[in-house]
Structure formats: C-alpha cells, structure tokens
Design a protein around this ligand. Structure first.
Ligand SMILES: Cc1cc2nc3c(=O)[nH]c(=O)nc-3n(C[C@H](O)[C@H](O)[C@H](O)COP(=O)(O)OP(=O)(O)OC[C@H]3O[C@@H](n4cnc5c(N)ncnc54)[C@H](O)[C@@H]3O)c2cc1C
Length: 397
C-alpha cells in the first residue's frame, strides 16, 4: 500500500491515548497516521488496575464490553492497608456499585491499536518519530507541520499533517523537542512491576499496602495472575531491581504473607522517575495527550482513564477553529479538580502522621471512604471529595 505524505492528523505513540484519539478521528472520516516505535503486543510497566470509567471511554470509541472482555477482569475495588488499619475503596455512581478493572495491559493496548487501524487510521508500527517539522520559526518556534520518522529497517520519511498529536508517553521525546518538558521534582519514585501466580484470596479485589515512603499494589489480572506493582523512593542508593523489589516486599509483612507460596512469572520491569511534567499541553499545530501531557503517580490508578479521556478531549478540540485553546479549556474542565485531589492524596502519602490519622478515620467512616473512592474513580466530581464538609468528615476527630 502506498501511504500518503499528508494527513489531517499525525498521532505519535500507539498506547491507550494515541490509539484512542486515532480511532476517534478516523471514525469521523479524518485521514490519520498512527506511529508506534514498537510492535504490539508490547510491554508497558503498569500495575494494571484501571478506573471504572474506562468503560464509558471505550464505549465512546465504539468498543462494547464484549470487545475488550478478554483483556479485563471486573474487580470490586481496592483494600487500602496501612499497618493494622484498613479500609475498602469502592466505586459508586448514583448509588449503583461500579467495577474497577484488572487489565492485561499487553492485550488491552494491542486491542486498542488494532481498533484504531480497523477504524481507518494508518497504523505504522516499528516506526519512530525522530524530529518535528515546523513552518518558518515565529514566536513559538513556528507551527508544527509534521514529523520525520524512521522505520526499524532504517528507512526515513517525512509525514506532513494539519495537527500533530503527541501521545508518546511519560518519556515523551515530543515534549522535549517542543521545549515544554519540566523536571519531576515531587514525588520522585521508581516504579517496579512483576506478575505472580499462586496468590490466594484476592480473586475479586486488589490490595494497596502502604509502608514507609513506599507502597505496593496487588491487582488480579485476567487469566488468574497477580500484578505486584510498587513505587519506591528514588533517592535511595540505586541497587539492582530484584534486590529493591524483594526488600520492599520484606518491609511489609502483610505483602510477604500474601506472596508466601507464590511464584514470580516475569522479569521485574520498571520506570523512573514515574511521573512527567510539562509547562504547556498545546500550541500551534500540536497537542500533548495521555502521559506525554503530564502524569503524577499511579497510586490512584487513573493513568489509563486519563489517557482515554484526554484523547477524547483532543479529538473534540480538532473540530474547533482554535484547537489548542479548546483543548486546554477542556483539560481544565476534565482534570483540574481531580488533579487537586490527586495532589492532596500525594501530600498525605508524603506525611506519615497525617496519613496514619486519615487511614484510621476512613476505616471507621465507610461513607467518607465511599465519597473518596467514587471521586478517585471519576464517578462523581472530585470537588465532592474536596468540599469542606467532605474533608471534615475524614479529618474531624
Ligand atoms: C510503574 C507504573 C505503574 C502504573 N500503574 C497504573 C495502573 O495501575 N493504572 C493506570 O491506570 N495507570 C497506571 N500507570 C500509568 C499508565 O501506564 C499510563 O498513564 C498510560 O500508559 C498512559 O498511556 P499513554 O498512551 O499516554 O502512554 P503509553 O502507554 O506509555 O504509550 C506511549 C506509546 O508511545 C510509543 N512511543 C514512544 N516514543 C515514540 C516515538 N518517538 N515514536 C513513536 N512511538 C513512540 C511507546 O512505544 C508507547 O507505545 C502506571 C505507570 C507506571 C510507570
């Protein structure tokens, strides 16, 4: 097949964000190229626990639950455990219980990329963006007009597009080339994940164990395996991933007990630092979506939902006469309150006595825990959990 050199949109990266925006645009008839430097199914370090709301985002892409059932396992929620205190994070919308999802990330991402292709996008795998093309440099260094790409076989070519949508993840080359990447100052964490078999007693929900400056999540995945994912402080003297992984498990006896008699099935994969920051998410001819537009930390299990939600915001913005402004405004509507809640949770994680206090209160106040869970699961506005009454219901003695 001869591919055109010019598209309506060039999407860089076929993770959940890129595949979703490519599918949205192709479904309404746009000419879209979707670049992926690797080949699906590909590995992505992930704790594989997704927010309930991915179901609505997938439906908006034309994917009914049966289409992704093999890649997802319905879960009741997460049990948050700190020392001898625990509470259940559950998700509710209009008093109806909703499921979170344990994912097979490899399969899930491959399925989304294939869906983008089936929707009409040109999926170019093993093809990496190497440079951005710009019109004559102006105030913003010129309008982005396309990219130079290189196939694994060494072939290079230019692809021109009206809009370049950068979905190349938390190590985003595009945000660096655009000059908007910023240092991740806090939280600075190393993320490590591996799959286990033979972990008993966690078929319907996950567990999040919080220790001193670290946390470990256990999330059941489709096929009966368990994802063991952790975030550790990055300032410790670096040591081999296996040693760091095993020391973290040993530091939390409840996790060590859970894993007694189990078997690690995969290598330990990691990412550091976990997050990504940018100064701006849009400009002339370009939009950043998914992790490339910024990611805080996986503790609240929402990176995949955000990737899908920001993809929908980007697709809608391209219908406007000023896509960059429309996209920034929609991101503010969709994410500003949730970001504030996520930062509040991060602040608590970093402040041991406050975290201990809040965990004890949430353990004895199920309705406050439900409000928090539903806000973190994007099932009610984050402002509900940030309202003075809600904060007081957690923090009052
Ligand atoms: C340790 C860890 C645990 C996590 N756990 C969870 C969790 O449990 N739940 C959750 O919801 N989120 C979790 N996240 C976050 C989640 O993985 C991300 O938010 C999500 O993957 C974002 O999707 P994305 O499409 O933006 O980026 P990605 O999934 O990273 O996809 C980016 C794609 O771009 C491709 N690419 C990169 N550079 C180029 C290039 N130059 N040219 C072409 N292609 C390129 C990459 O190969 C990749 O396929 C976790 C993150 C980490 C680090």
């Amino acid at each position: 097949m001869t591919l055109p050199d010019r598209y309506d949109a060039l999407v860089v990266g076929a993770g959940p964000a890129g595949s979703a925006v490519a599918a949205h645009l192709a479904r309404r008839g746009a000419r879209v190229a979707l670049l992926e430097s690797k080949r699906h199914p590909r590995d992505k370090p992930c704790a594989e626990y997704a927010s309930p709301r991915i179901a609505e985002e997938l439906a908006a892409l034309g994917l009914v639950p049966d289409a992704w059932a093999d890649a997802a396992l319905a879960l009741d929620g997460m049990r948050i455990i700190r020392g001898d205190t625990a509470f259940d994070l559950r998700y509710e919308r209009r008093e109806r219980q909703r499921s979170a999802w344990g994912l097979d990330r490899k399969r899930f991402d491959a399925l989304l990329a294939a869906h983008a292709g089936a929707s009409g996008a040109h999926l170019l795998q093993e093809t990496a963006l190497t440079e951005l093309l710009r019109s004559d440099a102006g105030r913003d260094g010129g309008r982005v007009t396309g990219a130079l790409v290189r196939h694994r076989n060494g072939r290079r070519r230019a692809i021109h597009a009206d809009e370049v949508i950068c979905a190349d993840g938390a190590r985003s080359l595009t945000s660096r080339l655009l000059g908007v990447e910023r240092e991740v100052a806090f939280p600075r964490r190393l993320g490590l994940v591996a799959h286990y078999s033979g972990v008993a007693g966690l078929e319907r929900s996950g567990e999040m164990h919080i220790g001193h400056r670290l946390y470990i999540g256990l999330a059941p995945t489709p096929g009966g395996e368990m994802n063991v994912g952790m975030a550790l402080p990055l300032d410790r003297a670096p040591r081999p991933a296996v040693a760091a992984f095993e020391a973290a498990i040993a530091s939390l006896p409840a996790v060590a007990r859970r894993l007694t008699g189990s078997r690690r099935l995969t290598a330990i994969r990691g990412s550091a630092p976990i997050g990504h920051r940018v100064a701006r998410t849009a400009g002339p001819g370009w939009l950043l979506i998914g992790d490339a537009a910024g990611f805080i930390d996986p503790f609240t299990g929402e990176g995949i939902y955000r990737a899908l939600r920001s993809a929908r915001a980007a697709a809608a913005a391209l219908l406007s006469t000023d896509p960059a402004a429309a996209y920034v405004a929609e991101r503010r509507r969709a994410f500003a309150a949730k970001d504030a809640l996520t930062w509040l949770v991060q602040g608590m994680l970093a402040t041991s006595p406050l975290l201990a206090y809040a965990t004890r209160r949430l353990a004895s106040r199920p309705s406050a825990a439900r409000t928090l869970g539903s806000a973190l699961g994007d099932l009610r506005p984050a402002t509900d959990a940030l309202a003075p009454r809600a904060l007081l219901s957690v923090l009052r003695p």
